[in-house]
Design a protein around this ligand. Structure first.
Ligand code: NAP
Length: 288
């Protein structure tokens, strides 16, 4: 049985990060601007702390400035909105990211809508969602943007492909569908109410799984030669007692059917951070 090409997200992300670092150096030389990314974390969720540290390091590694704001779990919504207003007004801050999820006393939508859309490097502001949907230039959400780059690394042309996105969250599934539509794919968005999901997935030349259910997508759901992008990340206890990361796709089965597939870890994950710093550079470049 032929085995799929493994899409090396780590290497592709490293190349993108290098490209961003070059762009940062050029911007500094040409206009004296050093891009700055402010990352705001509310609370002490261990996974969120790791994400924030990783994002801050990638920012510094690219030659940009990282501003980190850690607020206590019981922070009032008004205090967070005050901080965002301050960051919106700062000339040295080009990108603002509020790490999600937020504690329950804070309305996530109100916070996202408070971010200056020009600094919304997560691409979650309704204005950026609307611009993405209408085909205008927008800061696109980082994870789906990374998925497009990974798909393009193995498919010269996405136009005309039958694409199935499993999941319809605001941060992955919906913007993913939008980006693939912009690439002229024929897009189906599947979700928990989809009937006969295996049959829907079997139609796909390109599958993007963003569900959060360990190895839900089996090998016999995959059309021979399809490109499979696995966004899911779950931590499971391994047989040796150490935890391991697992995706939404049963990799060991799918690898024998697909034409190309992302591994977990080392696929989509590294691209998310690389696309975040790319968005920050673009936000700084676009500043008049
Ligand atoms: P989410 O908000 O929980 O959304 C999950 C989606 O999957 C929902 O739309 C849900 O449908 C759908 N779903 C759930 N069970 C299903 C089933 N049995 N059949 C079909 N669809 C089903 O999750 P998310 O934030 O999009 O994240 C998805 C996964 O990606 C998670 O594992 C997350 O950790 C991972 N992730 C990774 C990165 C990265 O950088 N690699 C970034 C973000 C997220 P309904 O809408 O009908 O409920």
């Amino acid at each position: 049985m032929p085995r799929a090409l493994i899409i090396d997200g780590k290497t592709i992300a490293a190349a993108l990060r290098q490209e961003v670092a070059t762009g940062v150096a050029d911007l500094r030389r040409a206009r004296g601007i050093v891009p700055g990314l402010a990352v705001v974390l509310v609370g002490a969720d261990p996974a969120s702390q790791i994400y924030v540290r990783t994002k801050a390091k990638a920012t510094r590694d690219a030659g940009m400035v990282s501003f980190e704001h850690t607020l206590p779990t019981d922070t009032a919504e008004a205090s967070l909105l005050t901080l965002i207003a301050e960051l919106n007004g700062r000339k040295d801050v080009h990108g603002i990211l509020v790490q999600l999820p937020l504690p329950s006393q804070i309305d996530q939508h109100r916070v996202i809508e408070a971010i200056d859309p020009a600094k919304d490097v997560d691409g979650f502001h309704p204005l950026n969602i609307g611009r993405l949907a209408s085909g205008a230039g927008a800061l696109a959400p980082c994870t789906p943007a990374g998925c497009v780059i990974l798909a393009k690394s193995v498919r010269r042309e996405l136009a005309g492909l039958e694409a199935v996105v499993i999941g319809r969250s605001n941060i992955v599934g919906k913007p993913m569908a939008q980006l693939l539509l912009n690439e002229n794919c024929t897009v189906t968005v599947a979700h928990s109410r989809t009937r006969d999901l295996p049959a829907v997935v079997r139609r796909a030349d390109l599958v993007v799984a963003a569900v959060g259910r360990t190895e839900m997508v089996r090998g016999d759901w995959i059309k021979a030669g399809a490109t499979v992008i696995d966004v899911g990340i779950q931590r499971l206890p391994g047989p040796d007692g150490r935890s391991r990361l697992v995706g939404d796709v049963a990799f060991s089965e799918a690898v024998d059917v697909a034409g190309a597939i992302t591994p977990v870890p080392g696929g989509v994950g590294p691209m998310t951070v690389a696309c975040l710093i790319k968005n920050t550079l673009e936000a700084a470049q676009d500043r008049p």
